[in-house]
Design a protein around this ligand. Structure first.
Ligand code: UD1
Length: 430
């Protein structure tokens, strides 16, 4: 059954250590097979998405050694198959980074169409356009993307939409293409920069990552490296939001405060106090939080991956707040679950109008996707009574030890596998 059970009402207090960025890790793991030498990657989060991608890489012949929970050594010299067939791969969207990586190295790839969270239409036209401009012949057949080229050459690629995935995939395919590639209207997210830094540490020549024009000069081959992945902006933001909603006092450690500014700014606006140091952020919330207006935007704007957590927080803040989702067209599905907890949220198109209530009430709910699942956990932390959350496998796609980290901060939360465990938890906390 695998559920979280939460008894709401405890403010979170203490320190929490943030892991490596899942979305950076996915690009970096895929990129690691682009050399025949052994690459060491540290700070890899132990979450389902990275583990599924590693399994897929192993299925085509990559040799992966887990040095410890967060360090892997990867060698791509024995890759014997350019067709990813692993069933798991359909479950994670980032499977498509293997198209860019395999195409870039071997000039051929066949990868099932991506899965991942259902947040509405998630086209990959910009990825395919980029591969084609680099000289690949690309078709979608039998549920897979098949890309092939005699050779790849540099190109001028203008992205019609700012896309993290397309920027990363085209960077992977272009890094060993002959000549110069320019990606215009590129995504500027921290994980795009981290992947560029990783590839540069392998001998690539990428400039401008973090701006909207990325320039790549193709190199003939890449070499070994040792690299540590950046901290996870969204995990950090989720714990800041958890501290805010529970009126807690939490120091979120091992972060890059600059990456959190878009989140911190909104939290300060609704009444939180935030102190930044070199690699930590302390959030203190004392009084009831206030209303605001939020619109999700590509980085450095407010991240869509923090939208559900923000909406849940505003659901128990004073006044009427408005949250506009401008990246995905179906990212308010969790509002039905939140309504079961007493929330007063009306969704009109891509806008949620939130009338803050005093308190959520504990309910039996289910996680509809990764970030919304985490947001519903935050609702459970402040709900009156007990909340049970099913389908936590979504949450485990992107949060390592989520319930353990929350419990260490004083939350009454457990992961239960049987009815017996559930009753035991209820008995313990009553
Ligand atoms: C990545 C993140 C995800 C985050 C999202 C936006 C990973 C593994 N996932 O997803 O957590 O929510 O960025 O920050 O890093 N689009 C097109 N055509 C394309 C590609 C995208 O129209 O070829 C559209 C999408 O439908 C969406 C928007 O562009 O509306 C942004 O998508 P994108 O940035 O590509 O998101 P992902 O890379 O899938």
């Amino acid at each position: 059954m695998n559920q979280y059970v939460i008894n709401g009402g405890s403010p979170l207090v203490g320190e929490v250590e943030i892991g490596g960025a899942k979305n950076a890790a996915l690009g970096i793991l895929a990129a690691s097979i682009m050399t025949d030498e052994t690459v060491t990657i540290e700070n890899v989060p132990d979450v389902r998405d990275t583990n599924v991608l590693i399994q897929a890489m192993e299925s085509v012949g990559a040799n992966v050694i887990r040095v410890d929970r967060h360090t892997v050594k990867i060698n791509g010299s024995q890759i014997h198959n350019l067709v990813i067939e692993d069933e798991h791969i359909k479950k994670i969207r980032a499977s498509y980074y293997l198209i860019g990586a395999l195409l870039g190295k071997y000039k051929k790839a066949e990868v099932p169409l991506p899965g991942g969270c259902n947040l509405g239409t998630r086209a990959i036209d910009q990825h395919l356009k980029g591969f084609r401009l680099l000289g690949a012949n690309v078709k979608v057949a039998h549920g897979a993307v098949v890309a092939e080229a005699k050779s790849l050459h540099g190109a001028h690629i203008f992205m019609d939409k700012v896309s993290v995935g397309a920027t990363i995939n085209v960077m992977l395919a272009a890094v060993m293409a002959e000549g110069k590639t320019t990606i215009e209207n590129a995504a500027k997210e921290p994980h795009v920069v981290d992947l560029a830094n990783f590839l540069n540490s392998m001998g690539a020549n990428i400039k401008g990552a973090g701006t909207d024009v990325i320039r790549i000069s193709g190199v003939p081959k890449l070499h070994k490296t040792e690299y540590a992945i950046i901290p996870d902006q969204i995990e950090a933001g989720t714990f800041m939001m958890a501290a805010a909603i529970t009126k807690g006092d939490v120091t979120v450690k091992n972060v890059i405060p600059k990456h959190l500014e878009c989140i911190s700014a909104k939290l300060i606006e609704i009444g939180c106090e935030i102190e930044e140091s070199d690699d930590a952020v302390r959030l203190v919330a004392k009084d009831r939080l206030m209303d605001t207006q939020v619109k999700t935007l590509p980085y450095p704007g407010f991240p869509t991956d923090m939208q559900p957590q923000m909406t849940v927080t505003l659901g128990v803040s004073e006044g009427i707040s408005i949250v506009t989702e401008s990246i995905f067209d179906n990212r308010f599905k969790y509002v039905d679950e939140l309504t079961k907890m007493g929330a007063d949220v009306k969704v009109e198109g891509n806008t949620a109008i939130i009338s803050g209530i005093e308190k959520y009430s504990g309910s039996a709910i289910a996680a509809p996707d990764l970030r919304a699942g985490a947001a519903l956990v935050l609702a459970g932390l402040v709900a009156e009574g007990t909340t049970t959350i099913e389908d936590i496998h979504y949450i485990e796609r992107g949060y390592e030890d989520f319930h353990i980290k929350l419990a260490n901060l004083g939350a009454e939360i457990a992961k239960v596998e049987t009815e017996k465990d559930l009753r035991k938890f209820a008995f313990k906390v009553v």
